[in-house]
Design a protein around this ligand. Sequence first.
Ligand SMILES: *Cc1c(COP(=O)(O)O)cnc(C)c1O
Length: 390
Amino acid sequence: MSNQSVNPVMHTYGRFPITLVEGKGSYVWDDEGEKYLDYSSGIATCNLGHVPEVVEKAVQEQLSKLWHCSNLYHIPTQERLAEALTKNSCGDQVFFCNSGAEANEAAIKIAKKYGHDVLGQEAPTIITFNNSFHGRTMATLSATGQKKIQDGFAPLTPGFDYLPFNDYQALEKLKEKKPVAVLLELVQGEGGVIPADLTWVKQLEAICKEHDILLMIDEIQTGIGRTGKLFAYQHYGIEPDVISIAKGLGSGFPIGAIIAKEYVANVFSPGTHGSTFGGNPIVTTAGLATINHLTQTNVLEEANEIAEYLWAKLEQLVSDKQEIKSVRGKGLLIGLETEGKAIDYVNKAREEHQLLIIVAGPQIVRILPPLTTTKEEVDEFIGKINKIFQ
Ligand SMILES: *Cc1c(COP(=O)(O)O)cnc(C)c1O
């Protein structure tokens, strides 16, 4: 018999004590009818706001046609989404899966296979960076350069090595280590909203090209317009060999993917990788509507204007407020370095000011507005922030 006093959901999240039941645009409502300004966007996932009409309509139409058929058959929406993603990136081919971790798993597998098949390596290794976050599966937590994520899960998956992020000496070590690939975020999200330096990334890319190392960018948090361009790598003028995406791609429907250059994609053949649900008709319909909206309307342009407006206000707060020490990030992926504990401000925001924001470290508050947020909402947000911080 089950013990009724025990929550039947495993305790893997320290959940905030509210229950959200409805959302529209930048707002959500709880089961008591309380309205919140949601500047967390389901952790950088609801980039077009909650229940965006373009996605809702497309999915509703698909719901009455076909939900799932497996990847044993052609899926038109999957092919159209792959086309949209390759047209709007430097990649040539796409593999679809269901989450960020699963996208990075695909990146890890394709890199290892490339090492074996193309470079003739016996034990290909992948370099990742300290403070990174790449997921919670065994391989992706092994790729993650944070001890707290790995603690308790030894033995880890072998084949990973770590170097310091934004560190020029690390680039010299990279040459000696001769990995098959590097995997990195261009703004470390979970690790504290830390952007990679432009010059460092350029040098990293040059070394990768010169030494036959695959450059793999984890765009799971930075992608799908979050930093002001469809992909963050587009700010850096680089061309990654593999890009992993998830979070914002389905506007809340669970979908992940890697986009790879053809010469990398070629190492996957039938039977080497797969996913039953991966890219099914429903999630790729959501993804296609999302990407089309971002690439065929001026929503990103408007998001950039809003971001500029918001950044100016936040920079003003850095000088006005003792408790806000700095602001960092890119576009609408923003970290506030705080004097006190980040979680205390996050709780105060929710409990006293009906504002949803999250943490990205003990003293980093993370702000992830929907890309569709308005000037009026930014003003409302700044009004709340003014009351939360001394
Ligand atoms: C969220 C995240 C992941 C993991 O994605 P899941 O969908 O939770 O598996 C991996 N990498 C980065 C950079 C992320 O932000």
